[in-house]
Design a protein around this ligand. Structure first.
Ligand code: PLP
Length: 395
């Protein structure tokens, strides 16, 4: 059996053709593909605006910047996520306040966040970053209510969940990143994600002012709009009007742009996104049925409506042995994630073992099984068989 990773991209001939067409066009960057991708993506998630970026980390950074995070601002997030969800707070000098997960959903536990918010005067915490971990959507309606009570903003880290959704209190389906509850949502187009662009990211929002701020921050803080210039026409070198070349850098921004050929790849992948989510759900269903009732699986939730299944995670007995055994069989599982608060960088801020029992217990047992649309039935059956064999020899 060829090597089976935990996740991988699917590049078709059509993807390649679209990228090549863009490479042959007039624009490698700052061309028309960016706006096309943004429009299609906004439509896909149901938001008003979308801003394409170099990667998901840049997207998170611009979110915290646009929301005005500054030195010492306290922002709450989960320890069970990729470090970037927390790091974006530090990029602006803010203080990362971790809060434990719900051991059933693996998502930020809203009741624990509420306790944290209740324990300090309003204004102590500036924002909350829930992560749609593994592709499971947070109840953002509930988070929005809580955030409003405590004067906090909300960033949805939806990197794992394009195509995911939850049902709100009125039973309406709310797509991840649709901007109905979170101020800003972010996505990543890293190859293991649902939509691969090599590297790439997107912010979605329904807030026009934030959208315009993000556009400016993406390109060095530069604007090209004569109605907003603060320098005079004369200083700009014109007589009656601003000269054609003129632009103003009004804020300290970055070059966080996506290229046009990456956007072309993203667009092409986006056209198959629903197909991919459907296949992921079928794979999840196969795993669920294969391991239902087995004593070695410590945590396997029922198939959850709206789960986008970026990852298929179970909690198991003898995790290290299983991980190593599967490697000898050419099956490369992964662990998502080492709790952020135990990373040496964050331990320097005083976080320590024992701070978040649910997250730490989850980390002891979790394992991500192969999950990607091109995983064949035969390959999945092989993975399932090897896991059963491993445990049947032990118990
Ligand atoms: C939950 C989460 N947030 C943020 C990121 C950062 O995205 P990128 O790798 O595109 O910078 C990732 C990517 O791994 C992620 O999984």
């Amino acid at each position: 059996m060829k090597a089976i990773p935990y996740g991988r991209q699917n590049i078709t001939e059509e993807d390649i053709q679209l990228v090549v067409e863009t490479l042959k066009s007039d624009y490698l960057t700052q061309g028309p593909k960016i706006a096309e991708f943004e429009e299609s993506f906004a439509k896909y998630v149901g938001s008003k605006f979308a801003v394409a970026l170099a990667n998901g980390t840049a997207a998170l950074h611009l979110c915290t910047l646009a929301l005005g995070v500054k030195e010492g601002d306290k922002v709450i997030t989960t320890p069970i996520t990729f470090a970037a969800s927390a790091n974006c707070i530090r990029y602006c000098g803010g203080e990362v306040i971790f809060s434990d997960i719900d051991p059933e959903t693996y998502l930020l536990d809203i009741n624990k966040v509420r306790k944290l918010l209740e324990s300090a005067p309003i204004g102590t915490y500036k924002g909350i970053i829930p992560v749609d971990f593994a592709g499971r959507a947070n109840d953002l309606e509930a988070f929005r209510k809580l955030a409003d009570e405590y004067d906090c903003w909300l960033i949805e880290d939806a990197c794992h969940a394009p195509g995911g959704s939850f049902k709100d209190a009125s039973n309406t389906i709310q797509l991840c990143g649709n901007g109905n509850f979170a101020d800003l949502a972010i996505f990543s187009f890293h190859p293991v994600k649902h939509i691969a662009a090599g590297e790439g990211g997107m912010i979605t929002t329904n807030d026009k002012a934030l959208y315009q701020k993000l556009l400016q921050l993406r390109t060095h803080g530069i604007i090209k709009n004569k109605n907003l210039y603060t320098n005079t026409i004369q200083l700009a070198g014109g007589t009656n009007e601003y000269p054609g070349w003129y632009m103003e850098m009004q804020d300290l921004g970055f070059n966080y742009r996506l290229t046009d050929f990456q956007a072309a790849l993203g667009m092409s992948q986006l056209s198959r996104a629903d197909e991919g989510v459907k296949r992921r759900r079928d794979i999840a269903s196969n795993y669920f049925n294969a391991f239902k009732g087995k004593p070695f699986i410590k945590g396997q939730s029922e198939l959850i409506e709206g789960h986008a299944f970026h990852l298929y995670i179970v909690e198991v007995k003898d995790r290290l042995e299983l991980y190593n055994h599967l490697r000898t069989k050419n099956i490369f599982t992964q662990i998502h994630y080492i709790p952020c608060h135990l990373m040496p960088y964050y331990r320097e801020f005083g976080w320590k073992e024992g701070d978040f029992p649910a997250s730490e217990n989850y980390y002891k047992h979790c394992i991500s099984l192969p999950m990607y649309p091109t995983l064949t039935d035969e390959e999945q059956a092989y993975v399932i068989r090897e896991i059963h064999t491993f445990y049947s020899e032990k118990y």
